[in-house]
Design a protein around this ligand. Structure first.
Ligand SMILES: NC(=O)c1ccc[n+]([C@@H]2O[C@H](COP(=O)([O-])OP(=O)(O)OC[C@H]3O[C@@H](n4cnc5c(N)ncnc54)[C@H](O)[C@@H]3O)[C@@H](O)[C@H]2O)c1
Length: 207
């Protein structure tokens, strides 16, 4: 069977972390040209090295702060300069903070939004022209708990936004997906039939 991602340029965020690294290795084994990024220089560089050691193709930009629109644009430019196109955007990176609802300060809420939601929006917007051109795919990491009301978190009672103080903001990501669907291939969207595929995936305690 030929590799499923042969010739595809796949941007994966947070490749210095556990799921980002696993995704980079898995995508490269399927023939993808991987573009990674992370805040963490050492671990992101190590991932790129691991991929190349296995014979895969990967370029990586670090440090890259996805909470900055300018750095998101720089990542898109980096990917296009390296490989000429973007076929897949995997919005994997985020910080996760946990706290009880009444203990989340205004600053904490703002930080959670910036570090869990803004980075998905900024990078998707920057990559959108290339994804439209390639009729590409966006995969977002969401949080299962934000859908389930947190009942899976054994020691924590459910909070109104999902697990108490954690992952709730990420509940916005599946909603953002609907906006992308409408703009990308929705029934009323300007880009009807352009064929963009938008997915949200919610891993639950993947280690
Ligand atoms: N591991 C799980 O059980 C689980 C469950 C549900 C959801 N998730 C979500 O899946 C994603 C990946 O999880 P993980 O376990 O690999 O986490 P991780 O902490 O190991 O990796 C996340 C990586 O993203 C990077 N990152 C965070 N914010 C960034 C930013 N603004 N700019 C650039 N890089 C940034 C971090 O430096 C880190 O290397 C996260 O969004 C997490 O919330 C994980």
């Amino acid at each position: 069977m030929s590799p499923r991602l042969s010739g595809k340029v796949c941007v994966i965020t947070g490749t210095g972390g556990s799921m980002g690294r696993a995704a980079a290795l898995a995508f490269a084994r399927e023939g993808a040209m991987v573009v990674g990024c992370d805040l963490n220089v050492d671990s992101a560089s190590a991932t790129a090295q691991l991929v190349r050691q296995e014979g895969g193709t990967m370029e990586s930009l670090q440090p890259c702060r996805l909470g900055s629109t300018a750095e998101c644009q720089a990542l898109v430019n980096f990917a296009v300069r390296a490989f000429g196109r973007i076929d897949v955007l995997f919005n994997n990176a985020a910080m996760a903070y946990f706290n009880w609802l009444e203990d989340i300060s205004d600053e904490g809420w703002d930080r959670n939004r910036r570090e869990e939601v803004d980075l998905v929006f900024y990078l998707t917007r920057a990559a959108w022209p290339h994804l439209k051109r390639s009729r590409g795919v966006v995969v977002n990491t969401a949080v299962e708990g934000s859908r389930m009301g947190g009942q899976h978190a054994r020691q924590d009672p459910p909070g109104p936004f999902g697990p108490p103080g954690g992952g709730g903001e990420r509940g916005v990501v599946p909603r953002l997906r609907r906006k992308l669907l409408r703009d990308g291939c929705g029934h009323r969207g300007r880009w009807r039939n352009e064929g963009l595929v938008i997915e949200s995936r919610a891993p639950d305690a993947a280690h």
